[in-house]
Design a protein around this ligand. Structure first.
Ligand SMILES: NC(=O)C1=CN([C@@H]2O[C@H](COP(=O)(O)OP(=O)(O)OC[C@H]3O[C@@H](n4cnc5c(N)ncnc54)[C@H](OP(=O)(O)O)[C@@H]3O)[C@@H](O)[C@H]2O)C=CC1
Ligand SMILES: O=C(O)[C@H](O)CS(=O)(=O)O
Length: 492
């Protein structure tokens, strides 16, 4: 527990992991104009440190250096790339405690969750480092006797990345790991709220042996300027983004001018369905994990909890009892399960959804207001009697609000679950194999959790349909987004 996060270094075994300069072309730099911006601790609001506020010129230099480094990196064997990525993974895990403390300090999630994110983020470096050796092409029997066809998979080139504040380590590694594994270079711009975890990744990547220029981190509060440089610079061949659907649309429009390949991991509105044949205790545990992980600030959180009429009251009571056990506090304090929201805007959105639900007939089961700790702390909340007309039904809350909907039939709930522009994650609990088969196939989502509330893993293709995104991250499928396919027709 820190007296103040301004002495975060005193908490670290290796204080050099708390880097406060941007990492561009293998150098630690200030902004050209010398400007900086504050990095604040959400639990207290005080300033941890400042970092450089880079603009388009510095970003262009990072991109130019990436183009040079990428050529040499792609010429290495997959095994050579894999060896450096393994060292990067080993360094991340060896420094898990420090990386977790830095993450908690800038983002607010409890230290145990932050350390868990470091392991999750490192798993992408490990997994794709292994896959670096398996970027296979194919041969196709010729269409004429004197023709032979070969298909090559080659790295797309310089990749630009924009990531959100809610997983400041894993959202970067889920992108840079496949990109670097297949031979691309990577220029990342983390959210202004959480640059320190990205910079710590750069410190360890440098130590692992990533060549200068291959991996750059642009710290900046000028998000739209950096985004425009990424979309307009002709050297950039790929844009990968994780964040809201609203910003995803902006970036897709900007990238269209260069017909740039884009991967988009966008917003969600996950239904969590509890059927009357479910194991209710398991369903409550799953709902707690899905809804309150990262204080509800994940794109795959249960945003709508549908409970079949026969078990509604029992489930509501069990869930409320579990929610009441959450320990809200400063994430750096031992035993805390629920940290602050990332900022006051997030608090206001949760309040808006609660007030709207109450005004339209909903009722508070537990929580419902700002926490006595003040600041951006909020009481974990369950609201009952939620209906389709409420804001929470169609908007992502991105906070600790569990809205309960009552439903009668399987057909009704599947129709309601699918009635959204989003299609990222969905969940349901049932022990009837016929129902499980029907519902898992009927849900219009990129991800379906059956009798589980946690679906995050490096081995599976994570991503959404409809307006939740384009492309997949994780699994072998996650590599394809960073590869170009070349067809060679040999006449002999
Ligand atoms: N599908 C997924 O895997 C995920 C989706 N999300 C979604 O993101 C939202 C919450 O995250 P949040 O960070 O608020 O999302 P935002 O979309 O507001 O921000 C995401 C990133 O985009 C940057 N950004 C914002 N505007 C622009 C712009 N015009 N050009 C370039 N970059 C820009 C932000 O920078 P800055 O903050 O500095 O302005 C941030 O780094 C929720 O909707 C959530 O569902 C979040 C995580 C994962
Ligand atoms: O940012 C997010 O919400 C993550 O994509 C969710 S997960 O990958 O940790 O499940």
């Amino acid at each position: 527990m820190l007296d103040s996060v301004t002495d975060l270094r005193s908490l670290l075994k290796d204080p050099s992991l708390l880097a406060t300069k941007a990492y561009v072309a293998g150098e630690w730099i200030d902004a050209d104009d010398g400007t900086t911006f504050d990095v604040r601790n959400p639990a207290r609001g005080d300033v941890i440190c400042t970092v450089p506020n880079l603009g388009r010129a510095e970003t262009a230099r990072a991109i130019a250096a990436a183009q040079v480094a990428q050529k040499e990196w792609a010429a290495r064997t997959g095994k050579e790339r894999a060896q450096i990525m393994r060292k990067w993974f080993d360094l991340m895990m060896a420094n898990q405690d420090d990386l977790g403390a830095i993450l908690t300090a800038e983002m607010g999630k409890p230290l145990a969750e932050a350390k868990g994110e470091i392991a999750y983020g490192a798993s992408f470096i490990e997994w794709f480092g292994e896959e670096a050796k398996r970027v296979y092409g194919e041969t196709i029997p010729g269409h004429l006797r004197d023709k032979r066809i070969t298909v090559l998979k080659q790295p797309i080139g310089v990749v630009a990345s924009i990531t959100p504040w809610n997983f400041p380590n894993a959202m970067i590694t889920r992108k840079c790991a496949p990109a670097i594994a297949v031979g691309c270079a990577f220029v990342g711009r983390p959210a202004a709220e959480t640059p320190l975890s990205a910079l710590a990744l750069a410190v360890l990547g440098e130590r692992a042996g990533l060549p200068k220029g291959l991996f750059s981190i642009i710290t900046s509060a000028r998000s739209s300027d950096i985004g425009k440089e990424f979309c307009e610079n002709p050297i950039v061949r790929k844009l990968t983004f994780t964040g809201s659907t609203e910003v995803g649309r902006i970036l897709l429009r900007q990238a269209a001018d260069q017909v740039m390949k884009c991967s988009m991991e966008l917003g969600g509105n996950a239904p969590f369905i509890v059927f009357d044949d479910a194991d209710l205790d398991a369903a409550v545990e799953g709902a707690m994990m899905s809804k309150f992980r990262n204080n509800g600030q994940t794109c795959v959180c249960a945003n709508r909890i549908y409970v079949q009429a026969g078990v509604y009251d029992t489930f509501a009571a069990k869930l409320a009892a579990a929610v009441a056990k959450l320990n809200v506090g400063d994430g750096l304090k031992a035993g805390v399960t629920t940290g602050p929201l990332v900022n006051m805007a997030a608090v206001e959105k949760v309040e808006e959804h609660i007030q709207d639900a109450l005004a339209k007939g909903g009722s508070i089961v537990t929580g419902g207001k700002r926490h006595d700790l003040g600041g951006s702390f909020f009481e974990p909340t369950v609201v009952a009697g939620v209906t389709d007309e409420m804001l929470v039904t169609n908007e992502e809350t991105f906070g600790p609000l569990a809205p309960l909907f009552r439903f009668e039939t399987e057909e009704e709930v599947v129709e309601k679950a699918n009635a959204t522009i989003f299609g990222l994650a969905s969940y349901f609990y049932s022990r009837d194999i016929g129902r499980i088969t029907r519902v898992q196939e009927a849900l219009e989502y990129g991800i379906v959790g059956v009798n589980t509330g946690i679906i995050s893993t490096e081995v599976a293709p994570f991503g959404g349909v409809k307006q939740s995104g384009l492309g997949r991250e994780g699994s072998r499928h996650g590599m394809e987004d960073y590869l170009e396919m070349k067809y060679i027709c040999l006449s002999f």
